[in-house]
Design a protein around this ligand. Structure first.
Ligand SMILES: Cc1cc2nc3c(=O)[nH]c(=O)nc-3n(C[C@H](O)[C@H](O)[C@H](O)COP(=O)(O)O)c2cc1C
Length: 159
């Protein structure tokens, strides 16, 4: 059974609500186990136990929150050891053009530098789910899709 981590930071719960829907999407994929934790409760040294890692952050100045960056910086202890695992990212921002896609790309860039595999989507939110403020029906579907896709790709890669 593949194991997926959803790690997020959220001050006003918008990103936390997205995390809940990503978890629901993972549950829709057969045979995946999931941990969903605020980044402050994630020990970077434990990231190696996951087949998939999905990061969620509010958009702060067009990028991720410092709390999420700290987890990524701490993850240098596993540099080279996450190659081939599956990654994904999601964000909530206040504005439609508020830098949400650059925030997602910053998250994905770090996962790619770890050697992780990232799947985009041809339809909908191409790089990862975006919510404007709190989650709505559209972003809920995108979050569930991300969860399903990461769990199913992780299962396929694990064989
Ligand atoms: C320090 C700070 C920086 C922010 N920067 C942006 C920004 O660049 N673009 C944007 O659209 N919203 C920005 N916001 C708004 C948050 O991204 C938005 O309120 C988000 O929904 C908060 O998510 P949360 O409820 O998970 O904390 C910023 C908020 C804070 C506190």
């Amino acid at each position: 059974m593949v194991k997926i981590l959803v790690a997020y930071y959220s001050r006003t719960d918008h990103t936390a609500h997205m995390a809940e829907e990503v978890v629901a999407g993972i549950a829709e994929a057969d045979g995946a186990e999931v941990d969903c934790l605020p980044v402050g409760q994630v020990d970077a040294k434990g990231l190696g136990e996951y087949d998939g890692i999905i990061l969620g952050s509010p958009t702060y100045y067009g990028s991720m929150a410092a709390e999420v960056k700290k987890l990524l910086d701490d993850s240098v202890c596993l540099h080279g050891k996450l190659t081939g695992r599956v990654g994904g990212a999601f964000t909530s921002s206040a504005n439609i053009g508020g830098g949400n896609e650059t925030a997602i790309m910053d998250l994905l860039k770090a996962l790619l530098i770890h050697g992780m595999v990232v799947q985009g989507t041809a339809m909908g939110d191409h790089y990862g789910p975006v919510a404007i403020g709190d989650i709505d029906d559209r972003s809920r579907k995108e979050c569930r899709k991300l969860g399903r896709n990461v769990a199913s790709l992780a299962s396929r890669l694990r064989g």
